[in-house]
Design a protein around this ligand. Sequence first.
Ligand SMILES: *[C@@H]1O[C@H](CO)[C@@H](O)[C@H](O)[C@H]1NC(C)=O
Ligand SMILES: *[C@@H]1O[C@H](CO)[C@@H](O)[C@H](O)[C@H]1NC(C)=O
Ligand SMILES: *[C@@H]1O[C@H](CO)[C@@H](O)[C@H](O)[C@H]1NC(C)=O
Ligand SMILES: *[C@@H]1O[C@H](CO)[C@@H](O)[C@H](O)[C@H]1NC(C)=O
Ligand SMILES: *[C@@H]1O[C@H](CO)[C@@H](O)[C@H](O)[C@H]1NC(C)=O
Ligand SMILES: *[C@@H]1O[C@H](CO)[C@@H](O)[C@H](O)[C@H]1NC(C)=O
Ligand SMILES: *[C@@H]1O[C@H](CO)[C@@H](O)[C@H](O)[C@H]1NC(C)=O
Length: 433
Amino acid sequence: MLRGYKEESKWSGWCRPSCIPISIIFILIVLVVVLSVVDQNHLEKLSRSQMLLKKEWEECNQNCRISLVESIPEGLTFNSSISHPSTYDAWVQLIDLAKEEIEIGSFYWNLEDTRTDPNLTAKGTDIFKRLMEAGTRRKIGIKIAQNKPSAHFPSQDTAELHKAHAAEVRSLDFDKLIGAGVLHTKMWVVDRKHVYIGSANFDWRSLTQVKELGVIAINCTCLAKDLGKIFDVYWELGQNDSEIPAEWPATFSTLYGRDNPMNISFNGIKYNSYLSSSPPPFCATGRTSDLDAIIDVIDKAKEFVHVAVMDYSPSLLYSKPPKFWPDIDNRLRAAALDRGVSVRLLVALWDHTRNSTFKFLKSLQDLNEVYPNVTIEVKLFEVPSTPAQRLIPFARVNHNKYMVTDKSAYVGEFSREIYKINSFLFLTYNFDD
Ligand SMILES: *[C@@H]1O[C@H](CO)[C@@H](O)[C@H](O)[C@H]1NC(C)=O
Ligand SMILES: *[C@@H]1O[C@H](CO)[C@@H](O)[C@H](O)[C@H]1NC(C)=O
Ligand SMILES: *[C@@H]1O[C@H](CO)[C@@H](O)[C@H](O)[C@H]1NC(C)=O
Ligand SMILES: *[C@@H]1O[C@H](CO)[C@@H](O)[C@H](O)[C@H]1NC(C)=O
Ligand SMILES: *[C@@H]1O[C@H](CO)[C@@H](O)[C@H](O)[C@H]1NC(C)=O
Ligand SMILES: *[C@@H]1O[C@H](CO)[C@@H](O)[C@H](O)[C@H]1NC(C)=O
Ligand SMILES: *[C@@H]1O[C@H](CO)[C@@H](O)[C@H](O)[C@H]1NC(C)=O
């Protein structure tokens, strides 16, 4: 049974034309630029970093084409007027656009799965073949940073791409780097101009059997260069003897974060935007951590916070014993109880939903109407399956992770162990401040 699809239509509000982004920091940057233009004679006296600022400002000021992209599991029909391009189409577009370089941040790879019915895996196999062709015949430089393969996640695809000299592949060993965790990011950067960020793994199931949401940005140098810096961190840490540096060199630093967002034009509309990353030791100077970004987005909401995730668990699931971790859960409760913000959660219901999840969600839902004007609503999203589809392991699930408030939209990850365990990133568009 399918519940809660109406939440999806909230996306219709995500790019209202009424947005008036204001950022004091950005006004300062504009001042630097204006001064440099007015006083041409002193141009040569500008420090290198000011010149860099000016250049980056010009890049950010260009118009990016941006679109949400989704994977809707086969057989799941939405009765909705809203439809987005598919993840598959977005990835094909990115591979086709590439002129020189494709950089990919990834968890595990399972696009070409020879043990499964080829009719099912066709789109995954197609993406794999296109990457192979780009890396060999088209001579595109492909760099893949992935989580270290394991018996559970052997990542055969990247081994084949490496063997065929189609791609350079580096694996990040989180146990060695920070004691625990995985590289959980799913991102593409093409020619440092075009970008995909989202929930879709490099797995055929992510294209046809799992509900995913991401964002594709075309002709978006400013965003792509900044995402490229996050990729550079992964690439650096993917070398065999890498260690996390005490301080990241300046080349990894970013100008853009929570307090200093990009003033960027998406489809002709100005937004404040930035990329965050985790875990914190992966964040170079200037980079906002995922947790700080998520908390900031929730805290700034005045009317509503709508969250869609696969797992919801205010605990560090993978530590033994599980450790209570209420950092985000508390902010949601405070938003509802202290500020009258309407909170809605859409969480996956599938075979792997933990019993504890139901209890944590019930404790949130129980606060609904605890006082007048307190709204906390929870719905479970179950992807319907035929008996045959039910046999596909780890599929047919609401795997997307996004959040929309009256002020911001967020695409990426959520609900996992942000501090230590996972590495992921997101994008937020502040409608106004
Ligand atoms: C963003 O840039 C435009 C110029 O294209 C400027 O008018 C606007 O004030 C800037 N916004 C912010 C927040 O700095
Ligand atoms: C789809 O929505 C329309 C208009 O709201 C309604 O008439 C129709 O019954 C709905 N169909 C399904 C399958 O829910
Ligand atoms: C795959 O699809 C083709 C055409 O739709 C069909 O003829 C064939 O039987 C299918 N193969 C399997 C293994 O289901
Ligand atoms: C990117 O922008 C340039 C200059 O405006 C334009 O010529 C080009 O077609 C755009 N590329 C894409 C893929 O839209
Ligand atoms: C890194 O380690 C792997 C596995 O031990 C080895 O195959 C590879 O050659 C090493 N790479 C470098 C650059 O030393
Ligand atoms: C979850 O709850 C069900 C029903 O109460 C029980 O049968 C099952 O063993 C529980 N699973 C776990 C992992 O605790
Ligand atoms: C509840 O919200 C309504 C509409 O925003 C407001 O008029 C009313 O004063 C609020 N009531 C309380 C008890 O906060």
